[in-house]
Design a protein around this ligand. Structure first.
Ligand code: GN1
Ligand code: MG
Length: 368
């Protein structure tokens, strides 16, 4: 297996005009979808580090579209003055000028390692969340004038929560592994929350909230930070940047960074909304994008957090019922733990919903 990986990584690197030979690699394990490696190249004593990633072809049916979107985003940003600002990941062109390389039917891409960067799976310090919020908000602000038709939908209906819940109940019906009987309480939760969780989808259908170019996967670990100053250096994971809802970007970040526990914490007594993290992230996010979004979007920011948390819970549980084909698991019942953790978090958000809305409003007033 390890021999195969060496061979594969070498084959991919050979497609690029980069100096040196592969001397070491390290697999990164925190993403659930793509396969990511840090690769170390050496050339006459000089060392260089890159990141090589294999796009998950099961999840992204058309990897070329993914890479075309990313090139489109880079092109859009190149025209903007952005000195001293958080960067956005870009991929190197191979010898054929493409930003991806196909080896044995698999799609790979290479980027430079961002020096002095770290990313976190858990937000330790509330203060740092202001700048994380600002970075994700600014990301949407910078893409606000990118004509939407230039981007393709890399995963159709990615955050269509109404459809996600339909898919979840279909998985319950299908129940190929007989697992549904053990999760009756969880299934009841989704039945209860179905209407609320479909609200944003319906508002979008009625034209009450706009589609925008958004990131769609705003996990805290998708911002690389400077290891000493903790300033955001680079927004990564642009695979799902496409038209979507801004409160989903806000909400997905909250879901991850304002949880008092990790995303897959099995001890539910540890799971809940971290109000100070929520407040700091919200302040940062709203100060970056509050000035161009509509009152309706501001009103539904907190609902975005509840919605995306319920949606992801349903995706994790559906995957558990269907045999863990989508999200990579690292232990038996991992997707079930993830789903339960997200349900608990959503319940805690609902219990603090008014306060969440008040903080969004307050952050907007402070911002302008
Ligand atoms: C997946 O690949 P990763 O870990 O960044 C998923 C997101 C989920 C997230 C949950 C394309 O993101 O939607 O929110 O897991 N990405 C895709 O951790 O489905
Ligand atoms: Mg992702």
């Amino acid at each position: 297996m390890s021999q195969d990986i060496w061979k594969k990584l070498r084959q991919v690197i050979a497609a690029y005009d980069v100096p040196g030979a592969l001397v070491d690699y390290k697999q990164c394990v925190n993403g659930h979808i793509n396969e990511t490696y840090q690769v170390f190249l050496a050339d006459n004593g000089a060392h260089d580090r890159f990141v090589l990633q294999k796009i998950n072809h099961y999840v992204f049916k058309d990897p070329v579209l993914v890479m075309r979107n990313i090139a489109e985003i880079a092109r859009h940003l190149q025209g903007k003055e952005r000195a001293d600002e958080c960067d956005i990941i870009t991929f190197l062109a191979n010898k054929e000028g493409k930003n991806y390389t196909v080896v044995d039917g698999e799609y790979w891409r290479l980027c430079e390692y961002v020096e002095d960067s770290v990313s976190f799976d858990f937000a330790e310090d509330s203060q740092v969340l202001y700048s994380a919020g600002y970075a994700f908000g600014r990301f949407c602000a910078l893409l606000a004038d990118l004509p939407m038709e230039r981007l393709s939908e890399t995963i159709p209906n990615f955050h269509n929560t109404k459809m996600r819940l339909e898919a979840f109940f279909a998985a319950v019906e299908e129940d190929p592994l007989g697992r549904a009987k053990d999760v009756a309480a969880e299934i009841a939760f989704f039945a209860e929350q179905r209407e609320l969780a479909s609200t944003l989808t319906e508002m979008l259908e009625r034209g009450e909230i706009p589609l925008r170019v958004v990131h769609n996967d705003t996990k805290y670990n998708n911002i690389l930070m400077h290891k000493d100053t903790l300033e955001p250096l680079c927004v990564i994971d642009l695979d799902t940047v496409m038209p979507g809802l801004i409160m989903h970007d806000f909400g997905d970040a909250i879901r991850f960074a304002a949880n008092t526990a990790l995303e897959d914490e099995p001890d539910l007594s540890k799971v809940g909304l971290h109000m100070e993290n929520y407040r700091q992230f919200t302040k940062g996010f709203m100060s970056a994008c509050g000035s161009f979004i509509t009152p309706r979007e501001i009103e539904t920011m907190a609902l975005g957090a509840v919605t995306i948390t319920i949606e992801l819970a349903s995706r994790f549980l559906a995957d558990y019922l269907l045999g863990d084909k989508y999200f990579r698991i690292h232990r038996e019942g991992h997707n079930l733990d993830r789903a339960r953790c997200q349900i608990k978090l959503a319940q805690d958000m609902l219990a603090h919903y008014d306060e969440m809305c008040a903080i969004v409003k307050e952050s907007c007033q402070q911002a302008w």
